[in-house]
Design a protein around this ligand. Structure first.
Ligand code: KIV
Ligand code: NA
Length: 265
């Protein structure tokens, strides 16, 4: 199989071919996501919520991210593997940011890193890029700043915030990021950004005009029963499938119908 690179992703934008992206945090599911043909697999710090049960993405550490990334990289043959730099590993210190990115690249074998923010992290982004590490940006709702925002509602509805987002996107394009995630912003704004920058935009809750889409795998599969925001399309109800399978197993164990003779040595 031919590997997807950051160049493949940028060529897709030029051709007008939409880019599909999903998260993965472990070997077994990453293998399925890769085989299904997704171009970008993000080892997101949403692992903090989805894997560890935290309320926010803030507690996850660089070591945790490297563990998840290493597991995903072992499974993936085709997709581009991008890893989130976690909260506290890059903000306000570009030397530390480079060190964190280098650890991820060296220890996990991933292909790129993602950082949240615009002008505030410009120095960190350029320093990582200068080491030859591809960087994906992330603007709009940036969950590592949740205590600044206060809520997970749509961002950049007001003119000032929309103007700043456009400047940030232009800056990330100019310094050489290979793509940028736009999270939970109005569709019209993400369309303007997508048309005004050269690098691909990957949207989540950002409408249909971005160059690609990303979702959290567990949300798409319907594993987290309570979570159904407007932007989410649930492609399966795995919570029910898994619960039914397990309760059937419990019934069989109690009824002594499992294991049977064929299942015994
Ligand atoms: O951590 C994550 O899953 C993400 C995507 C939702 C973009 O950053
Ligand atoms: Na993230």
């Amino acid at each position: 199989v031919k590997r997807i690179t950051t160049h493949t992703i940028q060529e897709m934008k030029m051709r007008g071919e939409k880019i599909s992206s999903l998260t993965a945090y472990d070997y077994s599911l990453a293998k399925l996501v890769d085989a299904a043909g997704v171009e970008i697999i993000l080892v997101g710090d949403s692992a903090s919520n989805v894997m560890a049960g935290n309320e926010t993405t803030l507690p996850i550490t660089l070591d945790h991210m490297i563990y998840h990334a290493t597991s995903v990289v072992r499974a993936v043959k085709r997709a581009l593997v991008v890893v989130d730099l976690p909260f506290g590993s890059y903000q306000g210190n570009s030397a530390k940011a480079l060190e964190s990115a280098v650890r991820i690249m060296k220890e996990s074998g991933a292909h790129a890193v993602k950082l949240e923010g615009g002008v505030e992290i410009r120095e960190s982004v350029t320093r990582i890029l200068s080491a030859g590490v591809p960087v994906m940006g992330h603007l709009g709702l940036t969950p590592q700043s949740i205590y600044k925002f206060g809520t997970y509602t749509v961002r950049a509805r007001e003119e000032a915030e929309a103007a700043k987002l456009k400047e940030d996107a232009a800056m990330l394009d100019e310094v050489g990021c290979f793509a940028v995630v736009l999270e939970k912003i109005p569709a019209k704004l993400s369309q303007e950004v997508t048309e005004s920058i050269k690098i691909p935009t990957i949207g989540i809750g950002a409408g249909p005009y971005t160059d690609g889409q990303i979702l959290v795998l567990h949300d798409l599969l319907g594993i987290n029963r309570g979570f159904k925001p407007r932007f989410l399309r649930q492609y399966a109800d795995l919570a029910t499938v898994i619960e039914d399978a397990i309760s059937n197993y419990v019934v069989d164990v109690k009824a002594q119908s499992f294991p049977n003779e064929q299942e015994s040595y």
